[in-house]
Every structure is written in structure tokens, then in C-alpha cells.
Design a protein around this ligand. Structure first.
Ligand code: NAD
Length: 267
């Protein structure tokens, strides 16, 4: 079997470094290109793996360098992800997107690109969280509205978007299972004299600190009982491995916007 050529956008980031190691760990994948933010001092230098060994790839700051690969994996920032989606569409390259915190316009750019090239986008590439999403939907559908739904998340101090994309995805899954319009029922923050909790609301609480890779819980608080479903990521390697699994799965797909549910057969 021919190796699948994978390129990594944002290779110097926290997820980028985990992705480099995850791709190199695959015998039937070749890491063919890697980029970092335009103007980065890393550009032109050898890309090193987690143990400091030369990967044989030179870091580029030109996004076009990514799109000769079979699949590009992008865990960067919303602005650059929207640009990468346009380049993927233009070149017909498969794209795995893990970046979160996209604006509506940036998400529209992903939808448009997905009509021309295969894209797998997920707020969370771990097996456990995708199963958690399915379990949250099941619980939301089974429990009456007298059970209040709250989504709790904690991440490391460097995370820039809140609530996390995963927390929002869990809330969306719960709202959809209840037949509710997510934007109408979501309460992303609370502060001050907010009054009693309206029925049907889906609340979010965001914690930040230390080096927490990602923790999520969905709480169903009902009369005299409470159900809690939770997931804890011990390291970023689980997201990186999931993204590489998605890259292999995506490589022979036709144009379309896919999710990790599709990759894992949970759809
Ligand atoms: P980070 O800040 O450590 O890394 C982002 C990297 O992107 C930086 O190194 C930055 O230089 C680089 N970058 C910015 N613009 C670029 C460009 N135009 N070209 C190439 N590189 C560029 O952040 P992180 O912790 O690695 O997270 C990255 C994203 O992935 C965030 O949106 C985060 O929420 C998301 N994330 C998703 C999952 C998931 O499973 N979907 C898991 C963890 C993190």
C-alpha cells in the first residue's frame, strides 16, 4: 500500500507538536510538509519530533506548501483555518479541521469548501468524547424537561475560546435530542442578578487553569436525583491520534463535510 502523505498546519503549536508525533508513529503515513504562522522564526528550520530528532521536514510559513499532500491536518486559529479551507477546495485536498472558536462567517467558508473537497471537522477528536456526545443525546431524549442540563468544562490557561467547542457540541447534541433550538436555549455565561433558571435552558460553566488537556461533564439535575456524564483527557495525544485516524478515513472520500461520528461509525 502506498503511504498516505499528510501535512500539518500549525506544527509548532501544542496540538501541532502532538500531531507530528502521531503521524510519525504511523508506518503507512508520510509527513510531507508542515507550516507555522507566517513570519515565524521557525520557518526554514528542520522540524523536530517530540524527542528532538530531525523529521526530515523543513518548517514553512507558506500555506500553499501544505496542499501537495493527500490530507492536511489543521489545528491552528480560526482565521488561518478559513484560509486553509479555501486552499483545500481549490486544490481538491482532503482537510481535517480541529480548530475551534470559528465565527459564523469562518464556518460558512468551511461549509463552502466541503462542497468541493472532503473535510472532516470535529470540536473533539477523542473516541471517548464522541461517545459522550451520543450518551448525552440519549440522556437528554430520555429524561423529561424537569431535568436541568448544565455543561461544565475545564481547560489549560492558554485556551482562547470559551465555552470550548466540545462543550458547545455537547449542548447542541442535548438541544437537538430535545427538539430545541440550541441558540435559543443556550446560556453561555451567568453573572449578577440573573433570576431563576428558565425551564429548558442549557447552561455552561467554563473553568481555566494549569495544563488541563480537556475535561467535560454534562449534568442532568432533576428532582431528587442527578445524572452526570463526564470525560477527562489525560493528554493531547488522544486528539492527535483521532485526527490521524480521521485523515486515513478521509483520504478516499468524495467531497463533503464529515464529522468524527462518521469516522467512528457513530452517525
Ligand atoms: P496553540 O496556540 O498552541 O497552537 C496554534 C498554532 O497555530 C500556533 O503555533 C500558531 O503559530 C499556529 N498558526 C496560527 N496561524 C497559522 C497559520 N496561518 N499557518 C500555520 N500555523 C498557524 O493552540 P492549540 O492548543 O494547539 O490549539 C489549536 C486549536 O485546536 C484551538 O482552536 C483548540 O481549541 C483546538 N483543539 C481542538 C481539539 C480537537 O480535538 N478538535 C483538541 C485540542 C485543541
Amino acid at each position: 500500500m502506498t503511504d498516505i502523505a499528510i501535512a500539518i498546519a500549525g506544527c509548532t503549536g501544542r496540538m501541532g507538536r502532538a500531531l507530528v508525533d502521531a503521524v510519525l508513529a504511523q508506518e503507512d503515513a508520510a509527513l510531507t510538509a508542515a507550516t507555522a504562522r507566517p513570519g515565524t522564526p521557525a520557518a526554514g528550520h528542520p522540524l523536530r519530533d517530540g524527542r528532538g530528532a530531525d523529521t526530515g521536514v523543513v518548517v514553512s510559513d507558506d500555506p500553499n506548501a501544505l496542499f501537495a499532500a493527500d490530507v492536511v491536518i489543521d489545528f491552528t486559529e480560526p482565521e488561518s483555518t478559513a484560509v486553509h479551507a479555501q486552499l483545500a477546495a481549490r486544490t481538491g485536498t482532503a482537510l481535517v479541521i480541529g480548530t475551534t472558536g470559528l465565527s459564523r462567517a469562518q464556518q460558512e467558508a468551511i461549509y463552502a469548501a466541503g462542497r468541493q473537497t472532503p473535510i472532516c471537522q470535529a470540536a473533539n477528536f477523542s473516541l471517548g468524547v464522541n461517545l459522550l456526545k451520543a450518551l448525552v443525546a440519549r440522556a437528554a431524549a430520555a429524561l423529561p424537561e424537569s431535568f436541568d442540563i448544565e455543561i461544565l468544562e475545564m481547560h489549560h490557561r492558554h485556551k482562547v475560546d470559551a465555552p470550548s467547542g466540545t462543550a458547545l457540541a455537547l449542548g447542541e447534541a442535548a438541544a437537538a435530542a430535545r427538539g430545541a433550538d440550541f441558540e435559543a436555549v443556550a446560556r453561555r455565561t451567568r453573572d449578577g442578578q440573573v433570576g431563576p433558571r428558565p425551564a429548558g435552558e442549557i447552561g455552561f460553566a467554563t473553568l481555566r487553569g494549569g495544563d488541563v488537556a480537556g475535561e467535560h461533564a454534562a449534568i442532568f439535575a432533576g428532582p431528587e436525583e442527578r445524572l452526570e456524564l463526564s470525560h477527562k483527557a489525560a493528554s493531547r495525544a488522544i486528539f492527535a491520534r483521532g485526527a490521524v485516524t480521521a485523515a486515513f478515513w478521509l483520504a478516499d472520500k468524495s467531497a463533503g463535510l464529515y464529522s468524527m461520528d462518521d469516522v467512528l461509525g457513530l452517525a
